[in-house]
Structures are given as structure tokens and as C-alpha cells.
Design a protein around this ligand. Structure first.
Ligand code: 5RP
Length: 233
């Protein structure tokens, strides 16, 4: 909706400014010779734009068709995860970040590819505006990529874990699967819920990223940009 409004000439909001600031800050971490994972969304968009402006000598892999198209249109070299083999850094947005660096991702339905790419590096850097910092994961919902074979059975299993009625989005993932959202009360133990969801047959991937995956979160707000480094890893 916001993107549609922007296309119609609406002025940029402070949140839009923050997204650009944090996205561009992360691009400063990328230097010549790096293999770079590029996330998906309106915040990491600005990382990709900044890299396209500077054109360091890097090779990238992309977490969605949208990101692949943007990066290649800006002259960045993009190959598959298998071709790149490993990553020096991956940069991506998030929908929620809790105080232990646990993330909700998948607002853009790209969380399966995003998780594969994030797991390819020890340096997973998350770019968010202040609104994404939450005391506990949950209010956004928990995105699920689900095989289109028995979605009702999968949803019932998720609801037995404590979710309210699981909803289905009116779109599919880049992998051709369904996108569903669980609606849990505040998650006290996101890694435990991540493991429980991963054990349900038919869930291709869920949008909980344990804090152990995250090196740092770059946060932008009205006071500027700051970095939260995860020293618990
Ligand atoms: C896509 C994602 C995005 O990183 C997340 O939705 C944040 O997006 P944005 O930067 O547009 O707020 O997980 O699947």
C-alpha cells in the first residue's frame, strides 16, 4: 500500500527515510572481493541501490526474483547460492526483532530463500527501522511457506501449538508454494517454537530466525542510525 502510494507521488515518510538510512549503512560493510547475500524488501532495497551506485568488485546471490531483477538491473553480478558456494556477508530486512536478536521474517514471503542465504554466512546483518524492534515476537504474525497438498492439516497442527486461526495470503512464494500466517501470542521462546514448526510435515519453512543466526542489527530512527551487535553468539 505504501509503495503504491509512493508511486502515486506521496511524500516520503520518516519511516521511508529510516529504511534508506539503515539500508545504505549496511552497504558500507561491503568491500571488494566479498561474496554477498542480498535479502528482500523495501529496506535492503537501499543496500542494493547503494551497491549499484558504488559497484564494488563483488559477486552476489539473491533471495527473491525481485531482488535478482533489481541487483542485475543495477549492474551487480548475481549467481545462484550453489554457484557462489559460501558468503562473506548477507544483508536483509526483518519484520520483528526481539531483544535477543530473534527475528520474524517473511512479510515479503521470501523467508525460505532468505533463511538459506542467511545460513551461508557467519555475518548475517539485519537492517530495520525502529518500528521493527519489539519486546517479543508475535504481533506481526509468523509467516509460513506451505506445500499446497494438505494446507488445512498443516494449519490444524500449527493451531495445536497455540496459534489462533491460521490465515492464507492471496499470493504464492517464488517457489510456487502457499503463504500462510500463524498468529501466536507473544513468543516466550522463539527458538523452541521454531523447532516445533520445523517438525510439522508440509511446512517448507517458517519465518522465525533464531538470534544465533544474527551478527548485528542496524537500526535507523529519528535519532539516526545505531548498531546492535549480538555478543551472545
Ligand atoms: C521478506 C522479508 C523482509 O525482509 C521483511 O518483510 C522486511 O521487509 P521491509 O524491509 O520491506 O519492511 O522478510 O520476506
Amino acid at each position: 500500500m505504501r509503495d503504491a502510494a509512493r508511486r502515486m507521488g506521496a511524500p516520503r515518510t520518516p519511516q521511508d527515510e529510516a529504511k534508506e538510512a539503515t539500508g545504505r549503512r549496511a552497504a558500507d560493510m561491503v568491500v571488494d572481493g566479498m561474496r554477498v547475500g542480498l535479502g528482500t524488501g523495501s529496506t535492503v532495497h537501499w543496500t542494493i541501490v547503494a551497491l549499484g551506485e558504488r559497484r564494488p568488485d563483488i559477486v552476489c546471490t539473491a533471495t527473491s526474483v525481485q531482488t535478482h531483477e533489481l541487483a542485475t538491473s543495477l549492474g551487480l553480478r548475481v549467481v545462484t547460492p550453489d554457484e557462489i558456494g559460501g558468503l562473506d556477508i548477507a544483508i536483509d530486512g526483518a519484520d520483528e526483532v526481539d531483544p535477543r536478536f530473534n527475528l520474524t521474517k517473511g512479510g515479503g514471503a521470501a523467508h525460505t530463500r532468505e533463511k538459506i542465504v542467511a545460513a551461508m554466512t557467519d555475518r548475517f546483518v539485519v537492517v530495520v527501522d525502529e518500528s521493527k524492534l519489539v519486546p517479543a515476537l508475535g504481533p506481526f504474525g509468523t509467516p509460513l511457506e506451505v506445500l499446497d497438498f494438505a494446507p488445512g492439516t498443516v494449519a490444524a497442527a500449527v493451531e495445536r501449538l497455540g496459534s489462533g486461526p491460521v490465515t492464507t495470503r492471496d499470493r504464492r512464494t517464488d517457489n510456487g508454494n502457499l503463504v500462510m500466517d500463524a498468529h501466536f501470542p507473544a513468543l516466550e521462546d522463539p527458538p523452541a517454537m521454531a523447532a516445533a514448526l520445523a517438525a510439522i510435515p508440509g511446512i517448507v519453512e517458517h519465518g522465525i530466525f533464531p538470534g544465533s543466526m544474527v551478527e548485528r542489527v542496524i537500526v535507523a530512527g529519528t535519532d539516526g542510525v545505531r548498531e546492535l551487535v549480538n555478543d551472545r553468539r
